[in-house]
Design a protein. Structure first.
Length: 275
């Protein structure tokens, strides 16, 4: 009888969790990210396209991926700027955890995940990074992982060591802490990455930018802007996409979502009403 009751309770709990997960806003996006052949193929496609462009970018002294880099860059050492999360490292387990808990983003859970250094690589990322470094191109990791103290620790930015360890674990062969630039690591390094891109432009000719968010490519696109204005910027810079800028698909979170005003349903473009 006890065993039957325990099994019944377990079944009820599983049904409850399944029901909560199914109704979570991020359920389908996380499933697509973790299970679809389409995501894996598109990520590999993105990095293979970038690899094909790399020799052209290296050879052309006037090639730069930064619109703000307009002079005195031709003789600088070469670099590529990459984001980390959902660009090099796959953090979808944190999204899956939130779905199963029927919860939203939690900075404490996120920092616990960073400390684990257990993220796997986005398909195609490690091969591309190693190829770029082997060709003499420095890879700069400009990330909005945030530096913050942890209880009982003296390090002001333990997240940096965690991130470096994770990047090495997935197979990146040539990397050190100087290549990782985290949010809040220095004064003025906010979630707006433009200041860090400009800093990189002083010392390097930037060949490419790779990321999963529009803010990985342009400034002032993460707030006080409409989807229509962002779309117009895509058109303005259309010659950059697939040549100098490479974007990874990420439907689970990002500024594409945070710039929307409630109710989100107002942005849906449905089939026109019939008479």
């Amino acid at each position: 009888m006890k065993s039957s009751l325990s099994s019944l309770l377990t079944s009820l709990l599983l049904c409850t969790f399944a029901s909560q997960a199914a109704s979570h806003d991020n359920m389908n996006a996380t499933l697509w990210y973790q299970t679809s052949a389409e995501f894996k193929a598109s990520a590999i496609q993105t990095y293979q396209t970038a690899a094909l462009q790399l020799p052209l970018a290296i050879a052309d002294k006037n090639w730069t991926a930064l619109p703000s880099q307009t002079s005195n860059y031709q003789q600088l050492p070469l670099a590529i700027i990459v984001d980390i999360d959902e660009t090099i490292l796959d953090n979808s387990p944190t999204a899956a955890q939130a779905v199963l808990l029927n919860a939203g983003y939690d900075p404490k859970r996120w920092d616990q995940w960073v400390a684990m250094a257990a993220a796997k690589a986005v398909p195609g990322a490690v091969s591309f990074v190693n190829k770029a470094e082997a060709a003499g191109v420095k890879v700069l990791y400009i990330s909005n992982r945030e530096c913050e103290k942890r209880a009982g620790a003296t390090d002001s930015c333990p997240q940096k060591a965690d991130t470096l360890r994770n990047l090495k674990t997935v197979g990146i062969e040539k990397i050190d802490a100087s290549q990782i630039w985290l949010k809040s690591e220095q004064q003025g390094w906010s979630s707006e990455k433009e200041s860090r891109r400009l800093l990189a432009a002083k010392d390097f000719r930037i060949l490419m930018s790779i990321g999963d968010d529009f803010g990985d490519f342009l400034p002032d696109v993460k707030k006080n802007i409409t989807p229509e204005q962002r779309s117009a910027l895509v058109d303005t810079y259309q010659d950059y996409w697939g040549a100098k800028w490479f974007v990874l698909a990420n439907p689970t979170y990002g500024s594409w979502q945070t710039i929307l005003k409630q109710p989100n349903s107002q942005y849906l473009q449905s089939v026109p009403a019939t008479k």
